[in-house]
Write a protein that binds this ligand. Structure first.
Ligand SMILES: [Zn+2]
Length: 177
């Protein structure tokens, strides 16, 4: 379980929240120490696991048919969450590839899910947060591999295949959205 503890001056009481990326954030007031916050979490473990499972089902159901249309409003509302998700996933997959990039931008792109410029800047559509996890991972790995191979050559796909063996199927799925 990925639990993040945050002490907050504003918090009046201990609070556990489960985010859409399935991380768990525990906010606790300044008068409470972390040992108490941890004890609280342990007591609520069954509840957390139950909620986490429900959330997982919801995330899985948030499949292709319910994907919202790209809009300016949607971008404003989801940009921050999308950036967080993209950065997290880039770092995760880059443990394997070990490449360097410059900036990551979240945009309201019309036709593309993501792109990588020659200078090493990434653009992603904010709706990546609504994709099934595996498609979001494929998308991240795809753009990450463009840092090394600026094309769709067999060399490029070999690189993608190293971490996403079923990339062909996923590529097709993403194209169909
Ligand atoms: Zn590409």
């Amino acid at each position: 379980m990925n639990i993040v503890y945050k002490q907050s001056i504003k918090a009046k009481q201990l609070r556990i929240s489960i985010k859409s990326d399935l991380s768990i954030v525990v906010t606790y007031p300044s008068r409470v120490n972390i040992a108490i916050a941890e004890k609280f979490v342990n007591e609520k473990r069954a509840w957390i696991e139950n909620s986490l499972n429900k959330m997982k089902i919801r995330v899985e159901k948030r499949g292709i048919s319910t994907l919202p249309k790209s809009s300016k409003k949607g971008l404003v509302e989801n940009k921050e969450e999308a950036l967080k998700l993209v950065n997290k996933k880039l770092l995760f997959w880059n443990n394997y590839y070990n490449l360097t990039w410059k900036n990551v931008s979240i945009k309201n792109t019309k036709t593309r899910w993501g792109s990588c410029s020659k200078k090493g800047n990434f653009n992603f559509n904010y709706r990546i947060i609504f994709l099934p996890e595996i498609l979001a991972d494929y998308l991240i790995v795809h753009e990450l591999c463009h840092l090394k191979e600026m094309n769709h050559s067999s060399k490029f796909w070999e690189l993608v295949e190293q971490t996403i063996p079923d990339y062909k199927k996923l590529r097709r799925e993403l194209k169909n959205i």
